[in-house]
Design a protein around this ligand. Sequence first.
Ligand code: AMP
Ligand code: ZN
Length: 458
Amino acid sequence: MTELQLFDTYERRVRPFEPLEAGKVGLYCCGPTVYNYAHIGNLRTYLFEDLLRRVLEMNGYTVNHVVNITDVGHLTSDADTGEDKMEVGARRTGMTAWEMADHYTRAFEDDLARLNIKAPSRWCKATDHIDEQIAFIKDLENKGYTYRTSDGIYFDSRRLNGYGHLARLDVDGLKEGARVDAGERRFVTDFALWKFSPPDNRRQMEWDSPWGVGFPGWHIECSAMSAKYLGDFFDIHCGGEDHIPIHHTNEIAQTEASRGTRLANFWMHGYFLQVDNAKMAKSSGEFLRLESLSERGIDTLAYRYLCLTAHYRTQMSFSWDSLASAEVALSRLRQTAYDWGEPGTVDADFDQRFRDCLNDDLGVPRALAVAWELVRADLSPATKKATILRFDEVLGLGLATWLPEETSVPDDIIGLAEEREQARRERNWQRADELRDAISAAGYLLEDTRDGYRVRKA
Ligand code: AMP
Ligand code: ZN
C-alpha cells in the first residue's frame, strides 16, 4: 500500500505526508476576491483543493479546512499600486462594497455546491479580522520589519534572510536588474501591510489603526487568519500557481518575521486553466463562469469530471469539445453505475489500486482510468456498484444519488408527495390517501420506505 505523498512547492519535490498532529490536518486555502464572479479557472483551483481534502479524508484524517474571503485590500496591481479591487467593483456594479462582497460570496458558495465541492470547515472574511491584522502588523513593527511611506506601512523584505525562497526569487539579481518602479518603497519586493485612505476622500471600507485611517494590505489577512484558526505552523497551504511569487512569498515573509515559522509544512499549488493559450483572468473582463456552461445546457458536474482528467500540476487547456467529451463520459458512468443496482461489497484489489494512484501526489487521471477498468471488469454488478460508490467519495460525481432522466420526477409530483408526508405527520389519513391517488393518477408510483418515501414513474 502506498503511503500518501504530496508535491511540496517549498522543497520542490514529492515527499511523504505526515500530519503535525496524529489523525488531523490543518488546511488553509486562499479564497476568492469577491469583486466579481468566479471564473472556471478559479474553480479549477478549488476543485483541486477539494480533491486534496477528499484524499486526506480517504486516508482517515480529519481535515480542518479554512478558506478566506478577500473582501478588502487586494489592489488592482500586485505591486501594491492602483486601487482596491473592491472599490472598483463597487463602482462597476452600483452596489456598495459591502453589498457586493455579500453578493459575490453567495454566488461563489453556489458555484462550489454545484460542483460538489465540500464546504470548508470555516469561512473567514478579511473585514471580520481587522484587529488580528493590526496586531500582526504591530508585532512586525516591534520587531523592526516595517517602514512608513506617504501612503502606507510597508514590509522591509531585505531585512528577512531567505526572502523569496518559495519562488526561488533571485533577490540579488533583482537588485542589479533593470530599475523597476518601486515608488516610495525601498525595494521592489517590499509590500504594503497597511494602506492609508486617500487624504481627500473617504473610502467605503476603512478603519482606525495606530498608523492612521486605512485598510490592510492583501497578504496580511492570510497570515493573521491562518494563525488564528490553524496556529503558527500548520500542515498544508494551497492556492493557484500565480500565488507562488507574490502572495504566498509575502505570507511566508510576514509569518517568518513575526513567528519564526514558514507558516505551513506543505505548500501546494494548482496550475492554471488556459483558454486559447492565455490564462483566464478575472480582471480581463471576458471570462467563463459556471453559469456560462449551464446556459449552454451543460451539466456543471461535467466540468468537475473534465478537471479530474488532468493532473493538478499541469496546465489544462479548456475547449468546448473536451467539455462535451467529459459530459458524455460522465453520463455513461452514471448510467452504468445506476444499472448495477444495489451495492454489495467493495472489491479490495480495485480499491487498493485506486487509492495508490491518488496517494501518489493525487494521480486522479490514473485513478479515473481504474474506474473505467472497473466498468469492464469481470465482477458482479453488486461488487462493482459498491466499489464505484467508494471511488465516488473522492471523485465527487454524485453517483449515489443520480437518477436517469426518464425516471426523474417532476416538481409538482414531488410537491404532492411532500404534501402527503405532511398529511401523514398530522395523521390526516384521508388527505394522505387522496394525495396518493392523485400521484397514481398522474402515472407515478409512491412507495414508503424506512427512510421516507420514494416516488418513481409507474
Ligand atoms: P482570486 O479570486 O483572483 O483571488 O483567485 C482565486 C483563486 O483562483 C486563487 O487561488 C488563484 O490562484 C486561482 N486562479 C486564478 N486564475 C486562475 C486560472 N486561470 N486557473 C486556475 N486557477 C486560477
Ligand atoms: Zn492567501
